[in-house]
Design a protein around this ligand. Sequence first.
Ligand SMILES: Cc1cc2nc3c(=O)[nH]c(=O)nc-3n(C[C@H](O)[C@H](O)[C@H](O)COP(=O)(O)O)c2cc1C
Length: 193
Amino acid sequence: MKKRTLGPCVTFFPQPTTIISSLSDTGEVNLMTASWVGIVSKTPPTIAISLNKERKTYQNIKQTSEFVVNMVPSSLALEADYCGIRSGHNENKLDQTSLSLEPADRIATPMLVESPLNLECRLVREIELGDYRLLLGEIVEIHATETAFSVEGEIETKAFDPLVYLGGIRQYWSLGEKQADAYKDGLQIVKKK
Ligand SMILES: Cc1cc2nc3c(=O)[nH]c(=O)nc-3n(C[C@H](O)[C@H](O)[C@H](O)COP(=O)(O)O)c2cc1C
């Protein structure tokens, strides 16, 4: 495969599109779009988010030590983009969008009603990375939309319809078709030999 070098930059994809909800110590809720987000440990369940230290969201999380990672469905691409352009330092993004909140179970920070997958997190560690702060959050509860579960209890992936972000290219896409089952279908290669 012939390739072109891009130099040191942040072009990488796919990335998740999430909206982080956070609470200030005066009780105001803020929403911010974040794609530098990923699960980093199973025991204990931990998620990492990387925030510029100037974000209102970072300042809120420093005050309360908690946050919610709300997965964004493809139907909310424009709302997510808005929450990634405007800052809670200057406006209340909840007033400007159709997004709404509902209480979480284990933390005071509310979750996004319109998100089919919400992760309640408690801040456990912070790592300085230049202008950014890598925040590790222990996942203390997860809420998944009822519409994703069949009567037999199986999960219908399409009910989540996650919005995928292509970092560097600055585009949002939705998922295509399922290609294989993980931790399983790779073994077909061995069988074919
Ligand atoms: C698709 C997308 C992904 C983003 N991901 C991040 C991120 O992971 N970390 C970050 O610090 N800023 C990220 N941003 C920028 C912030 O969302 C943006 O600066 C926002 O205005 C900050 O809001 P706040 O000041 O209300 O917290 C992203 C923006 C977009 C559009």
